[in-house]
Design a protein around this ligand. Sequence first.
Ligand SMILES: [Zn+2]
Ligand SMILES: [Zn+2]
Length: 219
Amino acid sequence: MGKAGKGERELQLYKAKFIIPLNQSTDSVINKVNLNIRVSGFVQGVGFRPFVSRLAKLHFQNGWVANTTDGVCISIEGLPDNQTQFLHDLKNRLPPFAEIQSLSVSQEPLTDYVGFQIQASIIDSKRSTFLLPDIATCPDCLNDLFDRSSRFYRYPFTSCCNCGPRYSIIHSQPFDRVRTSMMEFKPCDECEADYGSIENRRFHAQTIACPKCGPQLHL
Ligand SMILES: [Zn+2]
Ligand SMILES: [Zn+2]
């Protein structure tokens, strides 16, 4: 998962299909458009769905995002100008370990979504070949680890959307807690609250755990 060939990859991304109405009348500018975006690559276990949710909020898009067995599917509805920005950021402001290998966009009929949700994963017959390795503890989690006021203080299994075990705990794709070794550890109320807060670094972190609810280590 090196950075080699990144320029070439970005060029390919720019060539990716992006279909918006060509009609430049005032009506088309103020009318909402529904876009379906399918992304494959290293897009699971890297905070991709939280990233997409924040982008949707930033660019005034309603709709949903979901893991699929071969990547991530996004449906957004909003104004075309905002969608151009959304797509630009989707390609250029990725979380640290995310990498897009292919991206396709198609226009769909309007659905009149309310808000933006992370939906349950879509299981189908296609399978991704992209599996993430385990990711070393990130600087933010290291801060938590040595912060006496943090509930993660000296907790060896501290992780977030940007770090933690991936390959060593996954049973099958998509990468959701129910398909990992973390399945048996039910998050406590505080972890649930972090998991549900879009501003939190652990928003939808599948490996979220703390001393109260996660795995224990005894020497
Ligand atoms: Zn982290
Ligand atoms: Zn907890």
